[in-house]
Design a protein around this ligand. Structure first.
Ligand code: PMP
Length: 367
């Protein structure tokens, strides 16, 4: 086939392995997936009830504008209902942003160690990618400002950053926004927002009033536990919503996803509890790292990035044989690191116990 030339070198996105695949491949019953930053506690109990009441409407298309959910979110966040746009997961919002604002002759700026979908979608649109080296897992704001020029249309800030868990402070974001022309869209991807507890994390919704070129994306896939249903949202000024509406698929979020998201939003106690447990469990991983002298970045999210100081591909394979699915750093270009999703207490205890055993094997010793 005559594939578009610029698509030739682009690799498909590499998601974490599904539990079912690992069960079948290795004949394992108990498989723990700590590779895609899903919520180990599931989702609010309200969700099942909401989905069941919607089941007799499966023959009807969903509300294209997701008006009920829009209303709910507008009240929850304290913004006007026309400042929202919904996506089939934030993945789709990222694609829509690239489709609307990037193409040949434009460039886009991001950190080199970050969520790979920004780069992949920008490449699909034929834009130039400018990757600024991270500094200790953090976005280098000055480097990002320096990389921007008159052809830059979108700047990506993954906050907290996947895979490092580090975050851009409010002062840093204000410096960035204050330095850029108002026609450059700054996208703050806050997929892990509900897990954040740092006092100096940016209040992006307030900043949006002063900086109309700021856009925030959030998802129901992580703390809300609805990854299977594929629904996320963008918050931005109305003119940006209008631009993105042009490239949005008409029925991009399903009926079930919309009612589930409303029910999930109504249960903020569940979200607070998950976030609290996540912080407690993160401490177990910090202690594990101290015990083995491993370096890690303090995380504001539900995952941790650890440098194990040895090639982690072998470790990840051994963990897989035991039923633990983990992301090797090699997928992010870092051979000696791995990203572990924070699981439930039992999952974490089991993983840490087995990883501790592996790290003491003579053939696994530091290289
Ligand atoms: N942004 C970041 C930073 C992510 O880590 C992810 C999921 N891995 C997404 C966006 C996409 O999430 P979803 O499409 O499920 O909303």
């Amino acid at each position: 086939m005559k594939l578009k030339k610029h698509l030739g070198g682009i690799k498909p996105y590499n998601p974490g392995r599904p539990i079912e695949e690992v069960q079948n491949m290795y004949g394992l019953n108990d498989v723990v997936k700590l590779a895609s930053n899903e919520n180990p506690y599931g989702c609010s109990q309200n969700v099942q009830k909401a989905i069941i009441t919607e089941l007799n409407k499966l023959s009807l298309y969903p509300d294209s504008r997701a008006d009920k959910l829009r209303e709910k979110l507008a009240n929850h966040i304290g913004l006007n209902h026309d400042q929202f746009i919904f996506g089939n997961g934030t993945d789709e919002l990222i694609r829509m942003i690239c489709r609307a604002y990037l193409g040949q002759g434009t460039n886009t700026v991001m950190t080199d160690l970050t969520f790979s979908q920004y780069k992949r979608n920008a490449m699909i649109e034929g834009a130039e990618i400018r990757e600024v080296p991270h500094v200790n897992g953090r976005h280098d704001i000055k480097g990002i400002i320096d990389a921007v020029d008159q052809n830059t249309t979108v700047v990506w800030i993954c906050n907290p950053n996947n895979p490092t868990g580090e975050y851009v402070r409010e002062g840093e974001l204000i410096t960035l926004l204050g330095s850029l022309n108002k026609d450059i869209l700054v996208v703050c991807d806050e997929a892990y927002y509900e897990y954040v507890d740092a006092d100096d994390f940016p209040d992006t919704v307030s900043l949006m009033k002063q900086y109309p070129n700021l856009m925030v994306t959030r998802t129901f896939s992580k703390a809300y536990g609805l990854a299977a249903l594929r629904i996320g949202y963008g918050i931005c000024q109305k003119n940006v919503v209008n631009d993105l509406e042009v490239v949005r698929e008409t029925f991009n979020t399903s009926r079930l996803a919309q009612v589930a998201a409303i029910a999930a939003l109504e249960d903020q106690i569940f979200i607070k509890e998950c976030s609290k447990r996540n912080r407690e469990e993160l401490e177990q991983f910090y202690s594990f790292c101290w015990r083995f002298g491993l370096s890690y970045f303090p995380s504001q999210a539900n995952f941790i990035w650890i440098d194990l100081k040895r090639n982690t591909n072998d470790l990840v394979n051994r963990l897989l044989l035991k039923g633990f699915i983990i992301r090797p750093g090699s997928q992010f270009g870092c051979q000696t690191s791995m990203r572990i999703t924070i699981g439930s207490s039992t999952q974490n205890d089991d993983l840490i116990a087995y990883l501790s055993q592996l790290l003491q094997l003579p053939e696994i010793v530091e290289k």
